[in-house]
Design a protein around this ligand. Structure first.
Ligand code: CDP
Length: 784
């Protein structure tokens, strides 16, 4: 009869991460751990110039080197119609250069050899003759009359402009501005930065000449989408392509695009008939793979005399690099930037965006961000703080006055969003209380009287995560749904496979917890597998914090399907009508007779041994979930800083971060996500800088110059939470992974701007380094 039920790992429990057993023991299986028999190694020769015509490529000396199997050039790739490939934004990108190089670090040739060292030695002997051309390194330069034409490979391309895109309503916005008592403007630049995952990008292509099967091990956040793109690019039948994403050491958006190295390694394996491994080094990762941001933004906020927001007008110029390779939903050229009205009830808004080619590596990946939401959040939160300072109003009070109110949800924003749920005043109040805001403000005033430079910054961000729904959101026409397949074995243990792919976010734990909650099988008994396109159901992958919102929902739905079947089996086993059964804690019992029960484990066994007449055997299913809407997580971050007047050094004294991501599946994992994102936000706000000199040389191509925060620099974080469930997600959950990276840079910078407000400083673009702060203080006449 009814056995004991044990449902360890339900939603809301901070169980330890299942995957950490292997990671902590150094037993993860990353791409570079994989060694196949007869495997060759490939390295890539990259352009030293940002813009140059390729006159000739001489491979004779390299080809003669010991161990070298092949030297691949653009010309050779062109013979196989593979010198160019499509990007995820309907542009084309050079695989290996044939006509010109268009950014420093662009792929020019590749060497395949028995060992990596042999390939590297041979690479040094390839002789490329270049005719150097003037480099274009900013959108401002790109639009100048007479600017060098970067994409002369494209038939109808006469200038460096890629796209123009608009959202909102120009006429009503103009009318609102005409009536405004005050307009506050902020022009700011969100600089180019790099996701810089610990593990760089790479692949092993293994094309079997006998079967025609191409198995490609790859550091990909979206293995199924890559399989489809590969089938389209190479012409290989899709069933003969197997993409396997093994353990991944961080992605943050860097591992979404298709990189030329993947295509060259696959072509080389196909032609040579042996597996080919390509793993880029740190420098290659930093100079050539998906950069993020690089948005030049101007925001105007129209206000009435009481400080009520009337309208928002935004223009941005996006620096997309040499190829438009962003992964954006097809309809949205500037990504989801039009969430720029943020947490505020702004009656009307108008957003215009223009994208430009420059001689830089293709940019625009959503670094821990849903397609440009980070830039939008930064702009509105910086603008709001500046407006409060200009109005002489308290930053918190000004926000409170203009927040969308809880009773306004579902809220229709001026740029076309339907926000699912939110309670912004509550999140702000929790943060202010946790910080001790009123006391802290008094303390700031007292310190200022003593000549100290100190300030408080607030950011009350709203973002949008969980793309689709599929009718609105697609990449290359592939609708943004996601999937889960659940198989319960006769002994009551289960296997869950999904179309997403963890890069360290703990999916093996949290998605098992969803099965525990919905089907009663303990999390320890649910194996979660992602990343193998031969076994996992089709999905669009993990980026933009979409896994919980979409694949998490798919998991709940498939578990519910199985529970429905389990009910039928229980009814058969208990000889009771289905309607007379209650479900509780992993078992069905007969109403009014709680000891007449069958656990899910007993039912699972029966599914293979004792099913009712006419029922299919087994307990398994699949669900493809197309969400009805995005989810809109939010929060308030408050930061206190002290600035050293003598050196301009900024010291972060307090960081309070209150997040609302709806129902939390595993609170510990959520907190880990927030800690990581706040650290990344700190790096972006204060340290990380990838820039280019006038010739287009990339400055910031190694970790000596591109400074990531370590535990030494990273401040202490004080977390808080509120819970406002998503009304349309089956578990009430919203995504969280990117929230802290999206929300925190503005909070850090706002704190510095608050500190510098008495000196009339209104903006310093990120990274807010000591030299910039020092110069701003000196310009304001501070001499100490
Ligand atoms: O797509 P990605 O996994 O990067 O982001 P996410 O869906 O925000 O999830 C990050 C991690 O936090 C996953 O392990 C989630 O299951 C977990 N999470 C959670 O436990 N509760 C939430 N409400 C949101 C995420």
């Amino acid at each position: 009869m009814a056995t004991e039920v044990h449902m360890h790992g339900r939603i809301g429990e901070s169980i330890k991460r299942k995957e950490d057993g292997r990671f902590l023991r150094g037993k993860g299986n990353y791409l570079d751990d994989i060694d196949l028999p007869a495997m060759l190694h490939m390295v890539i020769l990259r352009s030293p110039h940002a813009h140059a015509r390729v006159k000739s490529v001489d491979t004779a000396a390299a080809s003669a080197m010991p161990g070298v199997i092949a030297v691949v050039t653009g010309e050779l790739m062109a013979q196989h119609k593979l010198a160019w490939m499509p990007t995820l934004s309907y542009d084309t990108q050079a695989v290996l250069a044939t006509d010109k190089v268009r950014f420093q670090g662009q792929e020019v040739a590749a060497v395949v050899a028995e060992t990596k060292a042999q390939a590297e030695d041979a690479r040094d002997l390839i002789v490329v003759e270049y005719d150097v051309l003037p480099a274009v390194i900013s959108p401002q330069q790109a639009k100048e009359a007479g600017a060098a034409l970067i994409r002369d490979d494209k038939e109808n391309q006469r200038d460096n402009h890629i796209y123009h895109w608009e959202a909102g309503d120009q006429a009503t916005t103009q009318a609102a501005f005409a009536k405004a008592d005050k307009v506050v403007r902020l022009h700011t630049f969100y600089p180019r930065c790099h996701p810089a995952p610990l593990e760089t990008c790479g692949c092993i292509a293994d094309v079997n000449g006998a079967t025609g099967k191409a198995t490609i091990y790859m550091t990909s956040q979206a293995p199924h989408a890559i399989r489809t793109v590969f089938a389209l690019v190479t012409g290989l039948p899709e069933q003969n392509i197997r993409v396997i994403s093994p353990d991944i050491g961080g992605g943050f958006g860097n591992k979404v695009p298709v990189y030329p190295g993947y295509v060259v390694a696959t072509a080389a394996s196909l032609l040579i008939g042996r597996p080919v491994k390509w793993v880029e080094d740190r420098n290659e990762n930093l100079i050539s793979t998906g950069f993020a941001r690089d948005f030049h933004m101007t925001g105007d906020l129209a206000l009435d005399k009481n400080g009520k927001m009337l309208a928002l007008r935004v223009h941005l110029d996006s620096d997309n690099g040499a190829f438009f390779a962003d992964a954006q939903p097809t309809k949205f050229k500037a990504g989801l930037f039009h969430i720029v009205t943020g947490s505020y009830d702004i009656p009307t808004a108008h957003v215009t965006a223009d994208g430009y080619y420059t001689n830089k590596a293709p940019g625009g990946v959503a670094y821990r961000c849903s397609f440009r939401v980070t830039e939008a959040s930064y702009l509105i939160e910086r603008l709001v703080t500046n407006a409060a300072i200009e109005l002489g109003m308290d930053q918190a009070e000004f926000r409170m006055k203009n927040f969308i109110q809880p009773e306004q949800f579902p809220y229709h924003s001026a740029t076309g969003w339907e926000y699912d749920s939110g309670d912004y005043p509550r999140a702000m109040n929790v943060a202010l209380e946790q910080l001790g805001y009123d006391e802290m403000r008094k303390d700031v005033e007292a310190r200022r009287k003593k000549g100290e430079v100190t300030g408080i910054g607030i950011a009350s961000f709203t973002e949008v995560v969980g793309a689709g729904h599929g009718a609105e959101y697609d990449i290359l026409g592939l609708r943004m749904f996601d999937s889960a397949e659940l198989r319960v074995h006769p002994t009551g243990k289960a296997m869950l496979r999904m179309g997403t792919k963890s890069q360290g976010q703990g999916h093996e734990t949290t998605f098992a917890q969803i099965v525990t909650e919905e089907l009663g099988i303990p999390a320890a008994d649910v194996a979660v597998e992602e990343g193998d396109t031969d076994t996992a159901p089709y999905g669009l992958g993990t980026y933009a914090s979409r896994s919980t919102a979409v694949a998490g929902a798919a998991t709940a739905m498939v578990a519910r399907k199985l529970r429905d079947k389990a009910r039928k089996i229980a009814s058969h086993l208990l000889e009771a009508a289905e309607e007379d059964l209650e479900w509780e804690n992993g078992r069905f019992y007969v109403k009014g007779s709680t000891d007449r029960a069958k656990t899910i484990q007993e039912i699972a066994f029966a599914a293979y041994s004792n099913i009712p007449e006419g029922m299919e055997a087994g307990l398994e299913g699949v669900h493809y979930y197309d969400p009805p809407n995005m989810t809109f997580p939010f929060g308030t971050y408050a930061v206190v800083v002290d600035v050293d007047k003598g050196t301009g050094q900024v010291k972060v004294r307090r960081v309070v971060a209150v997040d609302d991501c709806g129902v939390r599946i595993n609170p510990m994992i959520v907190e880990g996500q927030i800690h990581g994102g706040l650290a990344e936000g700190y790096g972006i706000a204060f340290m990380e800088l990838i820039t280019f000199d006038a010739e287009g040389n990339c400055i910031g191509s190694n970790f000596m110059e591109y400074l990531l925060p370590t535990a030494w620099e990273t401040p202490r974080f004080e977390l808080g939470e509120t819970t406002t469930p998503s009304p349309h997600h089956p578990l009430g959950a919203k995504g969280v992974g990117e929230s802290p990276t999206v929300g925190s840079p503005a909070a850090y910078v706002n704190a510095v701007m608050d500190a510098l407000a008495p000196y009339g400083v209104t903006n310093i673009d990120m990274p807010v380094t000591s030299d910039k702060v020092w110069a701003a203080l000196r310009a304001a006449g501070v001499t100490e």
